[in-house]
Design a protein. Structure first.
Length: 95
């Protein structure tokens, strides 16, 4: 019984380490996007949110244009009044 518990514990520990190793660090996926924008490739960004996003002028578009002047930057404000964050995740594929 003790051996079985140790084996289960070891298996869970190994699986946990492997799953953590498989995930890239937060933000690593943006490095390629930012490098491409720096090199002058087009950059598209979308802000998905609720009424605050919809009504805001936004700072991300101007910031991206300042940081990546060689890139043709397109910023879309896809804010939709009376929606929350939970609905936003379903809009990602559609919008």
């Amino acid at each position: 019984m003790i051996l079985r518990k140790r084996l289960v514990f070891a298996l869970v520990a190994v699986c946990s380490v492997l799953s953590l190793a498989a995930e890239p660090p937060v933000g690593r996926d943006l490095l390629r996007v930012f490098k491409n924008a720096h090199d002058g490739h087009p950059l598209r960004a979308v802000a998905i949110g609720g009424s605050i996003t919809q009504g805001g002028k936004g700072w991300i578009g101007p910031w991206l244009r300042d940081v990546f002047p060689k890139s043709n930057t397109f910023m879309r404000n896809a804010g939709m009044s009376a929606t929350g964050s939970m609905l936003g995740m379903f809009r990602v594929g559609r919008d």
